[in-house]
Design a protein around this ligand. Structure first.
Ligand SMILES: [Zn+2]
Length: 165
């Protein structure tokens, strides 16, 4: 079994990525990625390893247990949504389990966000909305690209309503 996710993410936080210019953020983009991915040769990658392999990053990753891992500071750029990275915060809700792209696509069709995960995501997004008042709505990754996430399983209406959007 892969090592405990929480300790994996702590390691990522310690080994900081470089600092990149980030223009005034005007978007918050909601993503879903798998907690673990099947790799080649029977390997299993944790979400942070997956992001690194795909040369992607997020400002925040919310685990099913409700931990908010900040992988980028607010003033650092993250690579998560083509053509929007210079102005968009990226937050990913982790989908429990080990997935392929196909199984993840299926998994996000049904409820996958736990209550502590919802609360932690709410707190992070709420903080951004308070701090960056130019942001008046949230975007789904799927609104801005061909990617399917965060999927119908994400409680979009409830989340927006709770944030008074
Ligand atoms: Zn995405």
């Amino acid at each position: 079994m892969p090592e405990d996710l929480d300790s994996t993410f702590r390691a990522v936080l310690v080994s900081k990525h470089g600092h990149y210019n980030f223009d005034d953020p005007d978007k918050i983009i909601i993503h879903a990625i798998a907690e673990y991915y099947f790799g080649t040769h029977g390997r299993i990658f944790s979400a942070d390893e997956y992001l690194k392999r795909e040369q992607m990053s997020m400002h925040s990753i919310i685990t099913p247990s409700g931990i908010n891992f900040r992988l980028r500071n607010d003033d650092q750029c993250a690579w998560h949504t083509k053509h929007h990275n210079k102005v968009a915060f990226g937050i990913a809700f982790l989908v429990p389990g080990v997935h392929t792209d196909e199984s993840l696509r299926e998994a996000i069709k049904d409820d996958y966000v736990s209550i502590p995960q919802y609360d932690a995501g709410f707190e992070q997004v709420g903080q951004w909305l308070d701090t960056y008042q130019v942001i008046e709505k949230l975007d789904k990754h799927s609104d801005l690209s061909d990617e399917p996430d965060p999927g119908y399983g994400f409680p979009w209406d409830e989340f927006n309503k709770d944030l008074a959007l």
